[in-house]
Design a protein. Sequence first.
Length: 183
Amino acid sequence: MRIKEQKYILPDGREITIKSAGPEDALKVKLHREATAAETHFMAREPEDGELNPGKIAEGLISVAESERDFMVSAYIGDELIGDLGVTLVRPHIKYLHRAYLGMSIRQSYTGMGLGSFMMKLALDQAKANGFEQVELGVYSDNDRARHMYKKMGFKEYGMNPRAFKLKDGTYRDEIIMANIFE
Ligand SMILES: CC(C)(COP(=O)(O)OP(=O)(O)OC[C@H]1O[C@@H](n2cnc3c(N)ncnc32)[C@H](O)[C@@H]1OP(=O)(O)O)[C@@H](O)C(=O)NCCC(=O)NCCS
């Protein structure tokens, strides 16, 4: 499904368009994901993992757009995609139908201006409307900003995957498992 288009105004007055990226945006999504992977170590990929395949991204975006419950919350300034959030069913089996997984990233120069909180609120409201009972995510233990924002938006920390990530400098980071259980 695709969400209804809306606007978010940054503190400096610039206007952000929030809508769902579709297959037509595959190249923009690729550029965004490659850029955010290079900006911090908080994303799953490193640039050295190689370029993303726009065809595969387009397939994923088609599948999300055609799904009744999965959706994207994408942020654009002008024509450039600067925020990427996806909510997807954990697994299409009866015992998992109440659970959604969420991943998100915003370009560094647009962080810390309330956009992430806005996108998250929208995603949680839509997830509820789509029949999910909880939204789950994993976050790097040293990602203080993300952990703060997720807690502010109702997520709780339920567990930890020790040494889930080994960085290029040889140090490890735990993955913190969080969920927002709708009650
Ligand atoms: C994590 C992310 C999605 C948050 O979005 P955002 O637009 O920056 O978040 P917001 O501006 O809405 O909110 C950030 C909050 O963190 C707080 N914050 C900022 N830096 C912080 C820090 N170092 N420690 C704790 N809190 C911090 C801000 O004060 C704000 O809280 P408040 O609303 O209570 O004042 C975004 O920063 C991002 O994409 N970062 C890079 C990639 C990433 O980390 N993705 C998440 C992977 S799980």
